[in-house]
Design a protein around this ligand. Structure first.
Ligand code: LHQ
Length: 258
């Protein structure tokens, strides 16, 4: 069985992390397959939003720890540069919205891959663990960049040092994730949000991502210039024309993503 499942439906690339007996922990094969699948989502005209979830009861338990000590495994010196860093870069640079549908525990790199996504949803029984310090590692997969920006320095620092488990409900309260849904509604609700995103003006969503990517480090002047530059790009899309006309004609806009 493939460690990454992928199908396109309703203009959404549905990605499922699929090693359920290991809580979808990543081995090299799965990391490389996820990279390829994200590339396919980026280049496919049909895909206008991406939805990532896990098979079985977990979302992702991070790195497969058995592979780390396997003498024939990839080796510590290549795991970040070849597996996780390219995944995070791909998610952030993908010019389409990526939804993380966190269906269960998200630990280590699994948590930080989820947090790199544009809209993070979780089922009420899910949880997030910066598990790294428990095995004498440091948070990776962008966690030291993303988490303090999401929840503030103090909470990020404490969670990373202690490795405490955060319930989905607490994660929502502290601004780590967007929304929590009851377990029985989760699949349907997370797909609904992906469908909504897939019907919005795709180019403008891509530009929003791009501009937000820079906001963490730009000063106000730089950010205002970037907004100006990308607003002009948005204003020449077909969807901008459609959005304005639909508003003036008091009808629902039919965005095509162009
Ligand atoms: C696993 C794993 C796992 C293998 C559950 N590996 N089998 C970057 C640089 C280089 C090297 C290292 O890594 C990284 C990035 C990282 O991600 S570091 C962090 C790695 N992840 C962890 O340390 C988390 C380890 N897992 C856990 O602490 C627990 O499994 C959690 C809290 C996630 C879930 O606990 P439970 O719900 O009690 O499930 P469980 O522990 O019983 O796991 C179910 C099965 O999955 C079990 O197998 P078994 O054959 O006994 O049923 C686990 O061994 C297996 N599994 N995580 N990361």
């Amino acid at each position: 069985m493939a460690s990454i499942l992928f199908e396109i439906q309703h203009n959404i690339g549905f990605i499922t992390l699929n090693r359920p007996d290991k809580l979808n922990a990543f081995n090299r094969e799965m990391a490389l397959l996820l990279q390829n699948t994200l590339d396919e989502c980026a280049s496919s005209k049909e895909v206008r939003a991406v939805h990532i979830t896990g098979a079985g009861k977990g979302f992702c338990a991070g790195q497969d720890l058995a592979e780390v000590i396997d003498p024939n495994g990839p080796g510590m010196d290549s795991i970040l540069s070849e597996h996780y860093n390219p995944i995070i870069t791909r998610i952030r640079n993908l010019p389409k919205p990526v939804v993380a549908a966190v269906n269960g525990v998200a630990a280590g790199a699994g948590a930080n891959i989820a947090l790199a996504c544009d809209v993070v949803l979780a089922t009420v029984s899910a949880s997030f663990i910066q598990a790294f310090s428990k095995i004498a590692l440091i948070p990776d997969s962008g966690g030291t960049y993303t988490l303090p920006r999401l929840i503030g320095w103090q909470k990020a620092s404490a969670l990373m040092l202690l490795g405490d488990k955060v319930s989905a409900t607490d994660a929502e309260k502290m601004g780590m994730i967007y929304k929590v849904f009851e377990d029985d509604l989760f699949e349907e609700e997370s797909k609904k949000i992906a469908i909504t995103l897939s019907q919005l003006p795709t180019k403008s969503l891509g530009y929003i991502k791009h501009v937000l990517n820079y906001s963490a480090n730009n000063n106000l002047e730089e950010q205002l210039l970037l907004e100006d530059q990308f607003q002009q790009k948005a204003a020449v899309t077909k969807d901008f024309n459609e959005g304005v006309n639909a508003f003036l004609e008091k009808r629902k806009a039919n965005f095509t993503g162009e």
